[in-house]
Design a protein around this ligand. Structure first.
Ligand SMILES: [Zn+2]
Length: 243
């Protein structure tokens, strides 16, 4: 995962000192939709496409980044283009050229097979099925799964037009037919679509005779019972175990 943007004291001071500059200030006096701030020297026509606003617009489309956060990030980079902006541009170009889906599991990596599939310490007998790469990376961050993965590419959804043909169930069956797999863990979301998908995959895998398991549902770590919804409480009670 990429490291967070620099938050060095020097960078913060540099960003804060911009309030007296002609550049837009961190406090963002221009609310979203109010138009671009006037950053051009008086008496000179602005370019047809403002590169700063164009960059802010691109970053604002990223998940987790609204226009205000994108403007702050752009301002931070513009303060030190050699240290912030040019390395980022080079890293974006390098990642776009090198990163591809793993031909085995669907993870994103610069190598194929990916680092997880190539790792000799991983247990290839246990395949954890996830909806997407984000869920795979989340499980990796938790260091809880020492097997390998299979990215399904979504969950079945009549509303969103996702049908079985859109998922990588067939490649999963091909992996199982190759042998050596003893368990498939369905780590799918606890939603209606996730549950529908889990049932579908379970049915498709039944003829293989391989053990199919699902993640437990219940009380989260640190969670108080009186704030949980009825569905979570019911699932926790149903999944109770001896202590
Ligand atoms: Zn892989």
């Amino acid at each position: 995962m990429p490291p967070p943007a620099s938050t060095s004291p020097a960078a913060c001071r540099a960003a804060s000192s911009s309030r007296s500059d002609r550049r837009p200030a961190l406090s963002d006096p221009h609310p979203p939709g109010a138009g671009a701030p006037d950053i051009h020297p008086p008496g000179r026509d602005p370019p047809s496409r403002d590169p700063i606003e164009h960059l802010i617009g691109l970053l604002a489309k990223l998940p987790g980044l609204g226009r205000r956060s994108a403007r702050r990030a752009v301002l931070r980079m513009l303060m030190q283009p050699d240290r912030g902006m040019l390395p980022l541009a080079a890293a974006l170009r390098e990642a776009a050229a090198a990163v591809r889906p793993c031909g085995t599991c669907g993870n994103l990596d610069a190598r194929d097979p990916c680092g997880i599939c190539r790792d000799p310490r991983r247990d290839r007998g246990i395949i954890c099925v996830v909806e997407g790469v984000a869920e795979l990376w989340a499980l990796e961050r938790a260091h809880v799964h020492r097997g390998v993965y299979h990215v399904l590419g979504g969950t079945l959804s009549a509303l969103n037009g996702v049908s079985p043909g859109d998922l990588t169930v067939q490649p999963l069956l091909a992996r199982l037919e190759a042998g050596g797999v003893s368990e498939v863990i369905l780590a799918l979301p606890a939603t209606v679509d996730g549950s529908t998908t889990a049932h579908y995959v379970t049915d498709r895998l039944a003829p293989t005779g391989i053990i199919v398991t699902r993640l437990a549902q219940g009380v989260p770590i640190g969670g108080a019972l009186d704030v949980l919804d009825e569905g979570t409480l019911a699932a926790a009670l149903k999944a109770r175990r001896a202590v």
